[in-house]
Design a protein around this ligand. Structure first.
Ligand SMILES: [Zn+2]
Ligand SMILES: [Zn+2]
Length: 135
């Protein structure tokens, strides 16, 4: 599936070919911290199908396992764009930056042990619902 996306300010944009079956949610504590929210939604794009415009800032994260991942984000607006390994074969694109994000439904969840306890069922919380920001 062809997708395209951009950071919030538009300084960085990209096009890619993704496999929707690889759309997933990650509840790991690194993703919580790096996104500033409850979990991350990612889809995989092969490196040879990923075309990037603009120059992201790269933050290299070293996991407990020693594995290094390069996390790219916009230096101006801070939008996370992708993560990849030192020798990129795939890019993990941040689904929220994709224009086609509504069509990419997650197929799996990982690191569920660190999921925030309320995140598995928002309906169950019985929250008030607003179509826009309530006044
Ligand atoms: Zn930006
Ligand atoms: Zn994660």
């Amino acid at each position: 599936m062809r997708v395209d996306g951009r950071c919030h300010c538009g300084a960085i944009s990209f096009e890619a070919e993704v496999d929707p079956e690889t759309t997933g949610i990650c509840h790991c504590t690194d993703c919580q911290g790096l996104t500033g929210t409850a979990f991350r939604v990612t889809v995989r794009a092969p490196a040879d199908r990923f075309v990037l415009r603009g120059k992201p800032t790269i933050y290299v994260k070293t996991a407990d396992s020693g594995r290094r991942r390069a996390h790219a984000f916009c230096p101006t607006c801070g939008s996370p764009i992708y993560a990849t390994s030192a020798d990129p074969k795939f890019y993990g694109l941040r689904v929220g930056t994709l224009r086609q994000r509504r069509e990419l439904r997650p197929r799996r969840q990982s690191w569920c042990a660190s999921a925030l306890p309320w995140s598995s069922d928002l309906e169950e919380l019985g929250l008030e619902r607003h179509q826009h920001q309530p006044s």
